[in-house]
Ligand binder design. Structure first.
Ligand code: ADP
Ligand code: MG
Length: 617
């Protein structure tokens, strides 16, 4: 909101001509921008004006609409002259005039700029124009040559004055100002007001109305901002849930380090997203390639660091996700400015932990906008989307029609041979297509919502609650025992008896040697005698229980047992059962096994692995 606070008037209330109101409504502007609301009335009155406003605030219409209102169309002489810093801007402003004047019969505007053939410009000027938009040097040349007469000039506009100063055109601008023959209105627009510009304003503006528009970065207006208070779920799981249900196009995810950008990119890719990293470690060339892939839609998700994404301008970015909090409010504003580009709207989502709440408040203050709290998409919604996508795959395959005849034949013969209904065959094939990853998140919203306040222990699907993982750190391990994590839990149907059976078979330990077994939804914790031999560890890691690989990892070790001989006796290195199992395995995939073994060395390595695991997500 501008400092003036109150609601802006409608275009109709500003006093611009009826034909211009029609154009404005054709174009689709709903209400005047701040600079328009403040600059149009004094410009209509013929007052001089000093307007300070950033680009993108709607300055062109702020001067074009009132000046067009006051134009004498029957007089085909330059009545308005606009000086702009570059050829592109001159053309742009000229086109804007044309657009705003679309209902003004016989209106003519011409851009004149360096680099274009003089004769084209001579002819255009000779034909008679109402408005001239030009770069200072070329305007000066035409004035000198006598091809641009300014006897009827009513108004001079200096657009982006500080830019003209920066580009070294300010002397030309002054020359033009000094050589305009008669009294006229002057409007000067500038994003900043350096000394030289102030001097010009003092010298050439008469009793100007001063308008200063403080932008709260214009982009912020069109960005819907939300935050998710990090709790319960791992950020990665939360992120994928969001990505699954939000209506997205291009997405930039901001992280704090280069390493994190590549790590997260890999993980998202593993989860089926077209994701790549963009960071300062990458060669300029490669960065460009990546950005182009994002632009063309070959890539949807970019995981970027602040530095690498500076100034990035990709119109299809629909979402900016602050996976790691920004360093400060300024970098937040910069980050979210990557979306809502080229007149579109955008979404910004901030992951923030309760400890970082203060930053949230600071951002709200700086942007003068509230950031809404968001809940994670519900299980039902996620599952609904997943089913929708799955069905779409079927539709696509049917549409493509590849090999459908052949498969129809095979299935028909299967149906006859096995006497199984087609529907069941289709279901079997669907599950084949889906593979090991479950199609749906398991769990229900009712449960998770009810329990949310109390305790986050009813999470399902691929998700693992942070809180439970954290509890592991404080969990005591009995002396003489190691605490392991296995990637199988209640949702997979694990029972303590089952895991005891498997571990005692492979590790040769007895029931008694196995300590506490703590079943969680998606993983379990188990105490085993201190110092499991490496080969047993390796074998356990790849063993499947309830259809899931155990992926056993060491979490923590208890203190040494009183008698050191004790530990050796627990795992029986070559129990008959184990030998048999290993033989089976080697027949299956002996090679890979050997490789894995060569890499891992002893408990130290495992310990490290275990720690990395904890740090996950
Ligand atoms: P500036 O000169 O301040 O950089 P422009 O005049 O080029 O800004 O306008 C920036 C964009 O905003 C243009 O696309 C323009 O069409 C649009 N615009 C201008 N005024 C309005 C308005 N009142 N409502 C909506 N869009 C507007
Ligand atoms: Mg402009």
């Amino acid at each position: 909101m501008p400092a003036s606070g109150s609601e802006r008037p409608a275009f109709e209330a500003l006093g611009i001509g009826a034909d211009l109101l029609r154009s404005v409504s054709d174009i689709g502007y709903e209400s005047p921008s701040a600079i328009q609301a403040e600059a149009i009335p004094p410009l209509l009155e013929g007052r001089d004006l000093l307007g300070q406003a950033q680009t993108g605030t709607g300055k062109t219409a702020a001067f074009a609409l009132p000046l067009l209102t006051r134009l004498d169309l029957s007089l085909r002489k330059p009545q308005v002259l606009v000086l702009a810093p570059t050829r592109e801007l001159a053309i742009q402003v000229s086109e804007a005039f044309q657009k705003y004047a679309s209902h003004l019969k016989g209106f003519h505007v011409v851009p004149i700029y360096g680099g274009q053939d003089y004769h084209v410009q001579f002819r255009a000027l000779k034909r008679g124009v109402h408005v001239v938009v030009g770069t200072p040097g070329r305007v000066m040349d035409h004035m000198r040559k006598g091809s641009l007469g300014l006897e009827y000039l009513q108004c001079l506009v200096l657009d982006e004055a500080d830019e003209m100063l920066r580009m070294g055109f300010i002397d030309d601008v002054e020359w033009v100002l000094e050589h305009i023959p008669n009294a006229h209105q002057t409007a000067l627009f500038s994003a900043t007001l350096p000394g030289r510009i102030c001097k010009i304003a003092e010298k050439y503006l008469h009793d100007p109305v001063q308008v200063s528009i403080r932008v709260k970065t214009s982009t912020v207006d069109t960005v819907r901002q939300r935050y998710w208070m990090v709790s319960g779920l791992h950020k990665l799981d939360a992120l994928t849930r969001i990505l699954e249900v939000e209506d997205t196009d291009g997405i930039i995810i901001f992280v704090r380090t280069r390493r994190m950008s590549t790590e997260l990119a890999e993980r998202l890719e593993a989860r089926g997203f077209a994701a790549e990293a963009l960071n300062g470690d990458m060669q300029q060339k490669l960065r460009e390639v990546t950005i182009n892939r994002l632009k063309s839609g070959k890539l949807d998700v970019l995981i970027a660091t602040d530095v690498a994404a500076r100034g990035l301008d990709v119109p299809r970015i629909s979402h900016v996700i602050n996976y790691d909090v920004p360093h400060d409010t300024e970098s937040y504003i910069h980050r979210i400015g990557r979306t809502a580009r080229a007149g579109r709207t955008g979404d910004a989502i901030l992951f923030i932990s309760p400890r970082e709440r203060r930053l949230l408040k600071a951002i709200e203050k700086a942007t003068r906008q509230t950031i809404e709290r968001m809940d994670l998409p519900s299980y039902a919604l996620v599952n609904d989307r997943r089913m929708g996508r799955f069905k779409q795959k079927i539709t696509d395959a049917l549409g493509k029609g590849e090999n459908l005849e052949l498969f129809t034949e095979i299935i028909e013969s299967y149906r006859i041979e096995h006497n199984v209904p087609s529907l069941e065959i289709a279901a079997a094939l669907a599950s084949l297509v889906q593979g090991d990853t479950p199609l749906l998140l398991k769990g229900s919203d009712r449960k998770s919502k009810k329990d949310k306040e109390k305790k986050n222990d009813r999470f399902s699907g691929e998700e693992r609650p942070v809180r439970q993982e954290k509890d592991i750190h404080s969990q005591r391990v009995r002396p003489g025992m190691d605490l392991y994590r296995i990637a199988v839990g209640r949702t997979h149907g694990l029972k303590p008896s089952r895991i005891v059976a498997v571990i005692s078979a492979i590790g040769g330990v007895t029931d008694k040697d196995i300590g506490t077994i703590d079943l969680h939804e998606h993983f379990s914790l188990i105490e085993l005698p201190l110092g499991m031999p490496e080969d047993i560890f390796d074998e356990l890691k790849g063993t499947r229980v309830c259809g899931q690989k155990l992926k056993i990892s060491l979490m923590k070790s208890g203190s040494a047992p009183r008698r050191s001989s004790e530990r050796k006796r627990k795992f029986k290195k070559d129990s008959g059962e184990k030998k048999r199992k290993r033989k089976d395995k080697q027949e299956g995939k002996g090679k890979k096994k050997g490789k894995e073994k060569g890499k891992k060395k002893g408990k130290e390595k495992r310990e490290k692995k275990g720690k990395e695991k904890q740090g996950d997500g």
